[in-house]
Design a protein around this ligand. Structure first.
Ligand code: HEC
Length: 472
């Protein structure tokens, strides 16, 4: 402290004048930081005349509220000016996100992560494991499901479906797949057998459906079911197809596409807001929602908005940005989702009937270009995530671990991530977040993770599916 004060006394603090509010470059948060903060806290937040913001030594506090308060009110007695008159709440919020981001980047550079090659034993907090290639030669597998006879089906983003046999050794491309738009974030998404597949043979699929409407190409997430016969999909039936008038343009972003059956046999599926935030709050369009239907696509009489004539009756919950993972908690049968935030604010949510998950009104993130979006992270009538990731890890698919090979991981959530290339284990208790760890990192983008019938975890990597099993 003595040293800081001595250093501060060398600075022309008395003469420090803040730029006029209209002279602040508000475009990107990195500019704002460089312009207003770097001189004292260091260009990389490493500290200088003012304390480092990268270590865990906080004078006031490193939580969102304390950071915002420090910036707003400053520490005038210690030489930090107040910024309340210079920066608005949104700009202060984007600086808070920026501080979290820079801390995570610095922490990651200091951490040695597992990136196990086949047959190399990796350790983690509770179990030692190996990660071995199980099926090779795939092209961006998006989801996978096992059939009762041990075979598996994997969708590939580009619009193909692979049947995987002989314990991962034999791949056959299935014929009769519907036309699929695979531009941008569009593609072939979910595959999920009916809970009673052994008797009825139904398999459910979600995909980006390319259509023509009034002469224009349009695309939206569509759900079908079909049967697998002689290497082809047959008996296709629509489970959910929106009216073409609401289909946005082709390719594009935020299509959702996750599928889950709950214990009562209801099917849930997600559709992202297609890059238009207000869709998520608009009950008259299917985008930005989690939906619930009977296994044949009929609308359950107890869906929350069935009696609202202006609402899409399949909606179960709304205010979602881009949910790419759905899972049923084996402890209590509840529905959960993981969804991409913008820059910051990826979420794990407990998804409940009729509730609003807040996007784009509340979020823990900001715009990708570093401009602020909102300072609101919470609001009456809007649900908080159970956990959020800031900075974003670009969260993808999820599974609740329900196998027996890893007893200490039972009922934990496993989530993959695209940009951060991480597999994370998240521990919940009574529906609340307890802890998490990164099991491995840097083996490529992870689109999904599945609990296999053998109790191993199957991780979908860019060109292969790897089996995560206990180290012998
Ligand atoms: C003129 C130098 C100066 C400038 C400019 C400055 N700070 Fe500070 N800041 C300080 C000092 C000195 C402290 C330590 C206060 C103390 O000792 O209590 C501090 C403390 C903080 C804290 C509290 C840290 C903790 O440990 O709890 C935060 C957060 C912070 N500054 C963020 C910022 C941000 C963001 C900016 C730019 C918008 C900024 N500061 C600009 C000097 C500065």
């Amino acid at each position: 402290m003595q040293r800081i004060l001595r250093l501060l006394s060398l600075l022309p603090l008395g003469g420090l004048t803040l730029p006029a509010a209209d002279a602040i470059r508000t475009g990107a948060v990195a500019d704002t930081y460089a312009q207003l903060c770097a001189a004292c806290h260091g260009a990389q937040l490493q500290g200088g005349s003012a304390p480092s913001m990268l270590d865990d030594q906080w004078l006031v506090g490193g939580d969102d509220a304390s950071l915002a308060k420090s910036i707003r009110e400053g520490h005038p007695d210690k030489g930090m000016p107040a910024f309340a008159a210079t920066l608005d709440d949104k700009q202060i919020r984007s600086l808070v996100i920026y501080i979290h981001e820079q801390r995570a980047i610095a922490a990651r550079a200091q951490t040695k992560f597992n990136a196990p090659k086949d047959d190399v034993v990796a350790s983690s907090q509770l179990h030692r494991f190996t990660l071995k290639t199980w099926a090779d030669g795939l092209n961006e597998p998006w989801s996978m499901a096992f059939l009762p006879d041990g075979r598996a089906l994997a969708t590939e983003k580009r619009g193909t479906l692979q049947l995987i046999e002989n314990n991962g050794r034999k791949l056959t491309q299935i014929r009769g797949v519907p036309p699929i738009d695979s531009g941008g974030q569009a593609g072939f998404f979910g595959v999920l057998p009916h809970p009673d597949y052994a008797n009825n043979g139904w398999i459910y699929f979600s995909f980006a459906d390319p259509q023509k409407h009034e002469g224009r190409s349009v695309t939206l997430t569509r759900i079908i079911r079909a049967k697998l016969r002689d290497g082809a999909l047959v008996d296709q039936q629509d489970i959910y197809k929106a009216p073409l008038s609401v289909y946005p343009g082709p390719g594009g972003i935020h299509l959702g596409g996750a599928l889950a059956f709950d214990r009562d046999g209801y099917l849930y599926f997600s559709i992202g807001e297609r890059g238009h935030g207000p869709n998520a709050q608009n009950l008259s369009v299917p985008m930005g929602k989690v939906h619930r239907v009977h296994d044949d696509g009929r609308i359950p009489a107890d869906n929350p908005f069935v009696n609202d004539s202006s609402a899409v009756p399949t909606i179960w919950s709304y205010g979602h940005r881009n949910p790419q993972g759905l899972g049923i908690n084996p402890v209590d049968g509840t529905l959960w989702d993981v969804e991409h935030g913008p820059r910051g604010g990826d979420e794990l949510n407990h998804v409940r009937k009729g509730l609003n998950y807040g996007w784009p009104v509340i979020t823990y993130g900001m715009n990708y270009d570093g401009t602020p979006m909102t300072d609101l992270t919470a609001k009456e009538g809007m649900e908080q995530p159970v956990r959020h990731w800031t900075p974003s890890i670009a969260i993808s698919g999820m599974t609740f671990y329900s196998g027996d090979l890893f007893p200490k991981w039972k009922n934990n959530v496993f989530v993959g991530s695209l940009a951060a290339e991480e597999l994370r284990r998240v521990e919940l208790r009574d529906g609340r977040y307890v802890s998490q760890e990164v099991l491995f990192k840097n083996l490529g983008r992870i689109r999904n993770v599945v609990t296999g019938p053998d109790g191993a975890l199957y991780v979908l990597l860019p060109t292969r599916i790897a089996r995560l099993a206990p180290a012998e």
